[in-house]
Write a protein that binds this ligand. Sequence first.
Ligand SMILES: Cc1cc2nc3c(=O)[nH]c(=O)nc-3n(C[C@H](O)[C@H](O)[C@H](O)COP(=O)(O)O)c2cc1C
Length: 472
Amino acid sequence: MKNEIEIIGLEGIPLINPGDDISEIILNGLEKNDFSLKNGDIILIAQTIISKSIGRIRNLKDIKPSEKAFSLYEKITPKAKLKDVPIKSPEHIQAILDESNEILKAEHVLITETKQGFVCANAGIDKSNVEGEDYIALLPENSDEISQKIREALKKSTGKDIAVIITDSFGRPFRVGAVGVALGVAGIQSIIDKRGDLDLFGHTLQSTIIGQVDNLASAAQLIMGEADEGLPIVILRGYKFNLTENASIQQILRERHSDLFRIEKNANNLFKSLKNRRSYKSEFDLKTVDINLIRECIEIARWAPSAHNGQFWRYIIIEKSKIRNSLIDRMNEKLKRDLIKDGKSKEFIKTKIKNRREIFLKSPILILQCLDTRDLEKYADDERENNEFIMGVQSVSASATYFLLALQARNLAACWYCAPLFAKNIVKEVLKLPSSYVPMAFFTIGYSLKEQKTPVRKKLSEILFDLKEENG
Ligand SMILES: Cc1cc2nc3c(=O)[nH]c(=O)nc-3n(C[C@H](O)[C@H](O)[C@H](O)COP(=O)(O)O)c2cc1C
């Protein structure tokens, strides 16, 4: 029985420009190469031509580096010089930051988790294979979606049921040399889960999962090449697999909680991140914040300790909206009245109000944290009722701390503000909150533009006391 795989590169693919239709390019390439698709063929497409076709190209000259980009530049440039690898400009570093959720290592390269969830060097940004000194190619935002569109277009034109994989090459930890990886898939499962199958000797496989699409991407890389080969579209024929309609690259991405290396890194760095957390009180970057990241952090905030596990905390996301505007206006009216009562000057009051508008209205995300008194236990006397309320406040604060630390772990900057506490009734009225809610705090959240100064802390000896038993 023949068990053979053919890897065929389509020759004569032209240079791709923004707006080019890659399925058209493939169809033309097939015709030029006098080649017809068959059911079950796999088309592997180099990411660079996808990025060019959809305009995921940036001109470094248009990028304004943030303070963070400059400080990373200072950090990694000497290391890059030592290793004799190309030095990245602050603009290039800013582009990497813009494409990343998190920086995992800043050495001679930046290892980041990209917005798509890939862990790779320099957020997968490519300078090679892009024309023009100042231009860089970014990874497509959703390679699964693009793969599926190409698959459907090719099926419509040729009648053949095929699979599509968008490929790139990544370096790896522990081993030298870049290998092919899949960034997006359509028609083919990313992995083959062999767990439960029997091996040659009848033993049940316990843990074998095959990285199917990465294997195929590597096979295509054999002829696709990295530099001048110019074969960005490769057809793989003869590989046996089941065509599927619900393929996704997500399957091949290891979930954070099961990634042993990240867990270890996080554990080692816990003290460091506790010390490095800062309240962010400067202007935020205008970059939008993925609301799913906020949800994920509130998920973590649920795990804070609370008195009799009462979990009194409630979180409310206040989008940039008319309601946010009227809430801040109403709160400011109250603040003004309070400051007049305190005898503050007109100038002082004006500045304070202006600052508060800036902070709360411009914050990309604003979260209100409340205490729900329905979860408090009831007592027969006021003193114990009062203590129970204090325990509620303590617990809600513990959750707020978890929340801030989770945000920090996701590279988000935030600050805790007590303003809602001073306008409880207004907040409840404007946001139509249940009567049992006590507004406790605001959290402004976004991406940082500036480093924050480290505030002074009391010495350990000022806050820690060792009570020794008197001897004799
Ligand atoms: C309960 C609480 C209320 C706070 N309220 C405000 C506030 O209203 N305005 C403000 O600028 N910062 C506020 N902060 C942030 C503190 O100013 C900040 O935590 C403190 O200065 C220490 O700085 P760090 O968080 O960077 O370590 C608050 C913090 C907490 C814990």
